[in-house]
Design a protein around this ligand. Sequence first.
Ligand SMILES: [Zn+2]
Length: 681
Amino acid sequence: MSTIDLPFRQIHLDFHTSEHITGIGAEFDPEEFAATLERARVNSITCFARGHHGWIYFDTKAFPERRHPHLTRDLLREQIEACHARGIRVPIYTTIQWDHYTATEHPEWLVVDEHGCPRGTSPYEAGFYRQICLNTPYVEFIKAHVQEILETMPVDGFFFDIVQPQDCSCRYCRAGMEAEGLDPTDPIARRRYGLEVINRFKRDLTAFVRRFNQECTIFYNAGHIGPRHRAVMDAYTHFELESLPSGGWGYLHFPITMRYARTLGLDCLSHTGKFHTSWGDFHSFKNPAALQYEVFRMLALGAKCLIGDQLHPSGKIDPHVYELVGSVYREVERKEPWCRGAKPVTEIGVFTPEEFAGAGPWELPPAIMGATRMLIEGAHQFDILDSASDLSRYKVLILPDHIPVSEEFAAKLEAYLADGGALIASFESGMNEDKTAFTLEALGVRIRGEGPRDLSGQLVRGRHFPRGDYAEYILPQGEIGRGLPETEHVMYMKGMEVEALPGAEVLAPIVKPYFYRTYRHFCSHRQTPSSGEIDGPGIVRNGRVIYFAHPIFSQYHQNAPRWCKVLFLNALDMLMPDPLVRHNGPTTLEVTVNEQAAEGRWVVHLLHYIPERRGQDFDIIEDVIPLYDITVSVRVPRTVRRVARVPEDEPLAFEQRDGRVTFTLPKLVGHQMIALEMAQV
Ligand SMILES: [Zn+2]
């Protein structure tokens, strides 16, 4: 396991610079560059050896033909020297699979689809997005290029960009698959082989770097970290979570990815950008409140911070950008002592469908997005897991909507339950991969029928129909229905048709509509109203397990019906009546808890920023809206001797009883940490 402990205040300084611009680096002033960074309290900046245009930004002897034709100086070396003189670390960026120069010079190295066509940017489009295959002699170039960097410059780290799973039918991949006895015409075999090619490349390049440098950090970027990284962690020293909320990732990608990545044991660094939108958005500024939220949220979730910028081709650093960066990084520097070595305190584990269904950076499974939102809004402390995760630390596990359970996984979950754990599952979770039966018997249900199909013969269960064609109703009652009127509530996406096994208890039934909405029969604008006729169980309890027949998590991601969340949070409350955190604030208040074991304290983070869809493209934060008199109650493992706002070091009055400590924060402006100092064991 790596012992890398990354700096907190980082910059990634993009420099993809066209050959059609002259005077590259002509206005670079080493003193001004490093002094500006230091003033902004930056302590690590990733600078460019080579970018997506393919040009090199230092005086290369190995590849003079690739040196940017208008580069006026040994830019990278000067950046490193100036930064090192002020104690600022400089990891080195080089591109891997997007390289315009190589793609043009060596079209035979491009990833080719099953029709024989290169993927990505076509000849008459602007852009350098053609993917190069890592099963080709290009790898030899990469090694020679990396070797030159290692032999001629001080290397703090490498950021190898664009190393993505490939599905390639180039001649090297076809020959490689044949040699391994695989069928290149089979798309599944091709993708599996493509992932193996990428993983092999990473391990090979890491071993190569280690021949020259045992210390430097090494990271391979593909815009996302997920369950597929578990198998190849040995090639990484740490994880960087590229996740620009305004750049396509949205505000949910980072918390989901971080809550998974941090369970793998490597130090994590999260990216955002100074850009209004995304990378390459020159002369734009992120709203200060948004930058505060994005950076402070990294601290709250246990990540180190990185802000992306792009250097002007002239090499002149923009002082206005670093005023913005400094306004946030000065705060980070003050907050750091309460974040160093901090580990999240969590009690809920949520499995992600990504392990089974895959995911792109911008298309996470809806169920994990809905589950994450509900849990954050409920102030719950949770991690995101895959089937290989250690389950022992969690009080409750959640299997949202689409978690297939093999015999082996079922045995692991049953053992967890036998040890006193609790579990919530919904919709198709707990079924075998063919979705013909429930393998997880602890759910206390079996399939009654597959449910209706639409006119084209597709199963309708779990699907979103804009007019609720197959909607049905749930009837909340008793403890599970607390806070909801005891009457039908629509479930827009049709649920599973199940029956409760003997010994299991139906907590809420499903009520049928008069009929489904088709051309044959329909009523009004949307779903048909309730017929009043009960149609099987909607929520079933079997001991410490609660099963929801409906895809409540995907539904919440679709249009956020509050009753889906209320039912889920009630179920959680029934299984875990004494949660780590309770508060009296609004659902827009985010709360996390981290432990600093060495300091003997817990640090509670409160965050209050409200993203709003002001333009069509993405969410905006402009204002910080204060909250007053927020009372927070935290379940603590031992006596708390002091509660204080930090870094202000201002004590707060608190009460301690029944294993919980309760305090009131008079005013919350954006982000506040509260230290709970524990008595010695
Ligand atoms: Zn290939």
